[in-house]
Design a protein around this ligand. Sequence first.
Ligand code: RUB
Length: 342
Amino acid sequence: MEDDPPGVDPVVDATATDIAEMRIRGAATIADAAAEALATHAERSEASSPEAFRAGMRAAARRLYETRPTAVSLPNALRYVLQGMDGETVADLRSSTIARAEAFRRDLEQAQAKLGEIGANRLRDGDVVMTHCHSTDALSCIEAALEDGKHVEAIVKETRPRKQGHITAEQLREWDVPVTLIVDNAARRYLDDADHVLVGADSIAADGSVINKIGTSGLAVNARERGVPVMVAAQTIKLHPDTMTGHTVAIEMRDENEVLSTDERSEITGLEETDGRSLEDANDRGLEEVDDGLIVENPAFDVTPPRHVDAIVTERGQFPPESIVTLMRELFGETIGEPWEA
Ligand code: RUB
């Protein structure tokens, strides 16, 4: 008789749902939450054999892996934790996995603090920084500059459609940083007032391309034209090992409801109800396939080519984007696996 497929702990399920629905968001925070969920799964696993324990861990990692495709910090975190699973007994496997997850989370925090110190060296007293989306790595640079006693001001892009710029504004105001909040379309106008563009990254490719929240590439192009340096704050967990062998980074397409509500759609198309239900609901229920002629696209990320980036700041130092592949080879070697598929 075949064993039942391994279940995942409810905490893993809840974390995966929170990541997919963006209650947990941002590449570093996602990685941290995934490692924590794996540790909880390891702690609570009722596996009666080492094989069952390993299979359960792989299932938990798969569940987390399948949530969002663009931030490589997620698979990097899962790989790191699973590779530390070591031992011949369930007890040893459990303790080694938990220790590895804890080490990962500690390193993540330290890397962000270290990166912040390095990034802060690029900021001078009195500088104005333009931000996009909400990046904890980017904010770590501002925090370290403030700790160095520098005065920093920020122009914060709202960042449609989810408006993560509001989270950035809230954090900066907590630190007493003067904030000017602008809509995304105003960025080019305000670049004349900025000394730096400072953004984070979800993934960095081997050629130095930066994958970050949609709108980053347009901002970088405008910044280059205006002569404003673009600084990307990204821990090495954001380096995408698969890109060393020619793979591209998947760009997440999110639900159109983030851009346009059902009511707004009806206003545009003039089609309101079908069978007494909203158009979208009718389509969902297969009542009647209605083509209202309107397509809404919602890519969550875009790719900024290395020529528009001045520096990638990591906990290992700052790099011109074109040289980042050297660091990637050093950190990952040439081969990388997907241990959750084993
Ligand atoms: C978040 C985003 C952030 C990076 C870096 O997108 O693009 O700039 O993830 O964040 P989303 P951090 O809100 O869709 O997750 O520096 O915190 O890792």
